[in-house]
Design a protein around this ligand. Structure first.
Ligand code: SAM
Length: 392
């Protein structure tokens, strides 16, 4: 397996820390490649026949699958191992970060002549959907400040997500951005956006590929967390990529109307809430120039999905501190986009089947557990604005 791309800000690892992190990654890979599939056998051989015997028909949705599956010892064992692997993954990284916190904050100080920028705003507060719990069991979530000029949440995400994704987001964790660029180019082959905004950028894993793909573009990236932005700015400077990072809530953005050609997000929406998604998409509509495009890559939606697969995907809501994961998957792209002001004809929805994601585990549109992975939803702002709208 490839190693993570090293850059000046990536936390160092001692021999023992490296060994623990390698174990966490191998355990995750083993569960994804060898163990999770056993649940399908349990379902086909025991749970489904028993349901059919009682009801005279197969389960029609994930809730009906859940009744039988949750009682199965194999499912319980897999779930316990999966949860344990999450905790080991984050903890193996956190202990190495805590040891080098002051040094990392020092290394992440912005250079004298940065090529990009970092704008922090202490008045921006964490929304409740972030502060109420440690998302996907990541200790402290994205916005915990452990010291002045803290970068620890950014460091934890950078290293931790590489292990979490089993290296499947690429050496630079950038495959999600590159994949969305592919989708954009396939859908809009003649476009070359000049002003791009990435929402919920964390440390810029997906933002940097956009800046590299469109070198003349003015690339902006926002997040509510100062810690991830400090780290992200230092990382992009270390990698020599120009990005303007800003602390802001994507539900209420500090940019002028009609000021971007393209607005994207990568795995942001499912970590917010129904209300927040509606606010974020309405902001996209406000901020796009006429004919501008918005694209959001995130979890695959449940529409049309096999009930067993949908049930398996629910696990993260039940056991991995992903409270909104299921609710997001139940949404309908057309309703979301038209409610935000886009026309129904302009809505796009693309399953990502040819991806650079986790090539060693995933094939086509599935991962090793048979689970569908990503879906890109979006829309184009009407070229002619309604009379009630104003253009800056
Ligand atoms: C899963 S991470 C996104 C990963 C990142 N886009 C990438 O591709 O690497 C979710 C991020 O969204 C941020 N976030 C959540 N709600 C937000 C909001 N309302 N406004 C801005 N950022 C938000 C979190 O702080 C976190 O950094």
């Amino acid at each position: 397996m490839q190693n993570q791309l090293r850059h000046e800000i990536l936390p160092n690892q001692s021999h023992d820390e490296r060994a623990r992190q390698a174990f966490a990654q191998s355990l995750k890979l083993h569960l994804a490649a060898k163990v999770v599939q056993g649940n399908r056998d349990v379902y086909e051989r025991r749970v489904r026949p028993e349901f059919e015997r009682q009801q005279g028909r197969p389960p029609k949705d994930r809730r009906e699958v859940a009744g039988g599956m949750r009682k199965e010892p194999y499912y319980q064992l897999w779930g316990a191992l999966q949860r344990t692997s999450q905790e080991i993954c984050w903890n193996s990284v956190l202990e190495s970060i805590e040891r080098q916190l002051p040094d990392m904050a020092q290394r992440a100080q912005p250079p004298e002549n940065p090529i990009g920028s970092l704008t922090l705003d202490t008045s921006v507060e964490q929304p409740i959907y972030m502060s109420a719990l440690d998302i996907h069991c990541m200790p402290g979530g994205y916005a915990t400040e452990r010291m002045a000029d803290d970068v620890s949440a950014g460091a934890l995400y950078d290293r931790g997500v590489y292990i979490y994704a089993m290296g499947g987001f690429g050496a630079d964790n950038g495959a999600m951005g590159r994949t969305t660029i592919d989708v954009f180019r396939q859908l809009f082959p003649d476009r070359s956006p000049l002003r791009i905004l990435d929402l919920g950028c964390t440390v810029g894993h997906s933002t940097l590929p956009w800046a590299e793909a469109y070198p003349g573009a003015d690339v902006h990236a926002v997040d509510v967390s100062a810690s991830v932005l400090r780290y992200g700015h230092a990382r992009s400077e270390a990698l020599g990529v120009e990005v303007n990072f800003r602390q802001a809530n994507a539900e209420r953005l500090p940019y002028e109307d009609a000021s971007f050609d393209l607005i994207v997000s990568h795995i942001l929406l499912h970590e917010t809430s129904t209300k927040a998604i509606r606010n974020i998409l309405a902001e996209c509509h406000r901020l796009l120039k006429p004919n501008g495009v918005t694209l959001h890559v995130d979890l695959s939606l449940y529409g049309g999905m096999d009930p067993f697969e949908a049930f398996m995907l629910d696990w993260d809501t039940q056991a991995n501190n992903e409270p909104f994961w299921t609710a997001y998957r139940e949404m309908d792209p057309k309703t979301l986009m038209t409610d935000a002001g886009f026309t129904a004809e302009s809505v796009v929805s693309a399953h990502i089947s040819r991806t650079g994601l986790a090539a060693h585990v995933f094939s086509d549109n599935r991962d090793a557990g048979g689970r569908k992975n990503w879906q890109c939803i979006g829309a184009v702002k009407a070229a002619k604005l309604e009379t009630s709208e104003t253009v800056a």
